[in-house]
Ligand binder design. Structure first.
Ligand code: BGC
Length: 770
């Protein structure tokens, strides 16, 4: 039965079920009239603007609190007063933002408000798991909720624009920014992109607690060769459309207000000056109506890419469809000259200016430039107990149980634990990359979380055991910005190790909290070796010799190579970089107050030599078969199989799947297929399971991926309980881009696969005719 909720519009209470019945033409008429109002307003404003003021709107500067490049803008105050700046990023806080907004609104000729941006990536003050971790929850409501909370906190501190979601598909864990996205799969990445945009922007960007999303990095940034940061990207158009572009498109469809161009080249042309990408694909093919900002000094960097001097590349970027120039001031300093020289047109400058002003209009800044500048909200909406409680819940949903032999986990709330490792009593590294306004001193360490959850019931024998790394060059790089992100203990390494072994000897179970520190992933943090660093691994090896249950709690911003750990540890709990509530959430899961249900969204390789490795690869003409073989697509020294496949994750309980039942085995045209499995909780704990649907298309006009994720459902089951899970499949799920880049499906046989991860499925086949 359809439910009716009430909504209050002016003084009338209108049941929402009637609102839903308002004919579509009326809704679009409403949007049209809103657009018309915006057009009239912006046209009126632009008619008063000088050329310099128009170019000024295209200039985005940073005041310097959080930067990723060497440039910080100078003379910002004067420029704002002169109308030479359209937006500011890198500051937050109601008072600071107000002071700067005052400069624009009270002191510039036309009083045009500024837009205020920040890298709010996985929370603003209350920090959630890094996006790769969040994505492992397979829970769109929770992911959306994390964005809503981030938006509420960010707006309480004067911000209205966030540089998120990062939707770059990444299949190379050497790349440090794999931590900032949702992994390797285009369909799954699209669901997350949509949830994040909806969470940030809410029902209207005019709302006091909504921000404008900025989808990044357009495009293909995650395809950097060799996983090396800022490196060249070169891929076929089919691969772009099929595997890399869908999440950006999903973000456009969800109404994202802005996009950020990426640093890399696309088809040989830097994305920031790539007309095909920014205009033909983004605007003409996908209908994007917002504005595009460059990444940090990306316009200037087109010179190093070999596209010409600053004036040339700035003109190229504007003509390509870039509207706002982040930090580099190429637009500000050269566009006027280019106009005089006939290298750009007045219409091109006007169009970019119009798009920036429209964004401000959509945010409601012309109605109230101080909309989200409210010191009272700052005091009551930020890092609240409620936000932390929600973060704790969201965080535990992001954890993935990678191994659990002999039901080592959950631990009993009794006896003694050796709590060892450089991340065990650590607050800073709980937060992960991109936590510009996050305060690590507010985060909960694993030690603290365990103490809070088990009280005096458990004896904790703590020892640091090892430094994050002993490699001095690596440490220098990790501490590049002068902060002591990674510190080396004054005690010699063998003494630290001895203490850990002593602690372990007198305990029932060893919990080793190890992995990557905060600055080991994120921007400019590529690694060629993705093992747990040697110092920590040595500690694990010594501990494993004791023959006691060894639980690894693993912190990391990327899939790591865990072949040794998988063989020698009793249990591995993947917790990513979990955020402010880290320790509490870890303790909830270790002691069984919550049964983990996360599944990885990026494949874990056995060895770095297998990279790039992803589940939806092609078959090749000489497909791999397990076991020794010759003249097959394989390696001599390792299997092709990953250590943990996409979609993998265990639970404290077990689930059994029946075979797949189909309601038809032959279909025609636009009929729908229903595929059903029954899942039973065969273990002792209540638990959640992410049931995944994959489809393969074994014969087509092009070589297709061996399988593709098309849907999933997350269910909860009590011990012994059974549930039927059905998926409705339409021909839309069979579509792909063919060699002419036409998106359609081809008739034939399809294999419907349903299972617990991408490698473990139950299959049934259908014949689908046109
Ligand atoms: C990053 C972006 C970020 C920008 C602003 C750049 O270096 O690539 O992701 O939004 O800096 O901080």
């Amino acid at each position: 039965m359809k439910k009716c909720f009430s909504t209050r519009i002016t003084n009338k209470v209108i049941p929402l079920c009637f609102v839903a019945l308002i004919p579509l033409y009326k809704v679009s008429a409403q949007t049209k009239s809103e657009d018309a109002k915006m057009n009239t307003y912006v046209t009126g404003l632009m008619s008063k603007m000088t050329l310099d003021e128009k170019i000024g709107q295209l200039n985005l500067v940073t005041i310097g609190a959080a930067t990723t490049g060497s440039v910080v803008n100078k003379g910002v105050e004067e420029k704002i007063k002169n109308g030479a700046i359209g937006g500011v990023f890198g500051i937050w806080g109601a008072d600071q933002v107000k002071q700067i907004q005052d400069l624009a609104v009270k002191n510039s000729r036309l009083h045009i408000p500024l837009i205020f941006g920040l890298d709010v990536i996985h929370g603003h003050r209350t920090i959630f798991p890094i996006p790769l971790g969040l994505s492992a929850s397979w829970d769109m409501d929770l992911i959306k909720r994390s964005a809503q909370i981030a938006a509420k906190e960010a707006t309480a501190e004067g911000l209205n624009w966030v540089y998120s979601p990062m939707v770059d598909i990444a299949r190379d864990p050497r790349w440090g920014r794999i931590s900032e996205g949702s992994g390797e799969d285009p369909w799954y990445g699209s669901q997350v992109a949509k949830a994040m945009v909806q969470g940030y922007q809410g029902s209207s960007m005019k709302n006091a607690d909504a921000v404008m999303a900025c989808v990044k990095h357009f495009a293909l940034y995650g395809g950097a060769e060799a996983g090396r940061e800022y490196n060249t990207v070169d891929m076929s158009r089919i691969k772009m459309y099929q595997d890399y572009l869908p999440p950006y498109k999903a973000a456009v469809d969800a109404g994202a207000g802005s996009f950020m161009s990426s640093f890399n080249t696309v088809d040989g042309v830097p994305a920031t000056g790539n007309q095909w990408l920014l205009t033909d694909v983004l605007r003409k093919q996908w209908g994007f109506k917002g504005f595009v900002v460059s990444d940090y000094t990306a316009v200037n960097e087109m010179t190093a890419h070999g596209l010409g001097d600053l004036q040339t590349v700035s003109a190229l970027a504007l003509k390509a469809g870039l509207d706002m120039d982040m930090v580099g001031e190429g637009f500000l300093t050269t566009l006027k000259k280019s106009l005089t020289a006939g290298k750009v047109t007045q219409q091109e400058i006007d169009l970019a200016c119009r798009r920036v002003l429209e964004a401000k209009y959509k945010l409601g800044l012309f109605d109230n430039p101080y909309k989200s500048i409210d010191a009272s909200r700052e005091a009551k909406d930020v890092l609240t107990a409620e936000n932390r409680t929600e973060a704790r819940n969201i965080t535990k949903h992001s954890f993935v149980l990678l191994k659990n032999s002999n039901q080592t986990l959950p631990l009993k709330k009794a006896g003694s634990i050796a709590l060892v490792g450089p991340l065990a009593n650590n607050q800073r590294d709980m937060l992960g990359t991109w936590v510009v306004a996050g305060d690590w001193q507010k985060s909960i360490s694993v030690m603290q979380g365990i103490k809070d959850v088990v009280g005096d019931g458990v004896i904790i024998n703590y020892a640091k055991g090892a430094n994050i790394t002993e490699d001095s060059l690596f440490i220098q790089r990790l501490n590049f910005f002068g902060q002591q992100m990674v510190t080396v203990d004054p005690k010699p390494a063998d003494e630290l190790l001895k203490e850990a072994v002593e602690a372990a000897k007198k305990s029932d179970v060893i919990v080793a909290v190890v992995g990557e520190s905060q600055s080991m992933s994120g921007e400019s943090s590529s690694r060629s070796d993705i093992d747990i660093p040697e110092s920590q691994k040595n500690m694990l090896k010594e501990l494993a010799k004791l023959g006691k249950p060894l639980v690894i709690v693993l912190f990391n911003g990327r899939p790591l190579t865990l072949t040794w750990e998988d063989k020698h540890a009793s249990a591995i709990l993947e917790v990513w970089a979990p955020g402010t509530e880290a320790g509490n959430a870890v303790a909830d899961v270790l002691f069984g107050d919550y049964n983990p249900a996360g599944k990885i969204t990026a494949t874990f390789p056995r060895s770095v030599g297998q990279i790039p490795i992803y589940y939806n690869h092609k078959n090749t003409g000489r497909p791999y078969t397990s076991g020794p073989s010759k003249f097959k697509s394989n390696y001599l020294d390792i299997s092709n199989d990953p250590l943990y496949p996409f979609g993998f994750g265990l639970s404290y309980t077990t689930f059994s799947y029946t075979d797949v039942k189909l309601n038809k085995t032959t279909l025609k045209g636009n009929e729908n297929l229903t595929a059903t499995v029954t899942i039973t909780n065969t273990g002792k704990y209540a638990g959640e399971e992410v049931v995944q649907l994959y489809i393969s298309d074994p014969v087509a006009s092009i070589s297709r991926s061996v399988k593709e994720l098309k849907d999933f459902k997350k269910i909860s089951l009590q011990p012994g309980e059974q549930k039927e899970v059905s998926f409705t499949i339409s021909p839309d799920e069979l579509k792909f881009y063919n060699s002419q880049l036409k998106y359609d499906w081809e008739p034939g046989k399809f294999i419907i696969q349903i299972g617990t991860n991408s490698s473990d499925t139950h299959n049934a086949s259908v014949q689908w005719n046109k």
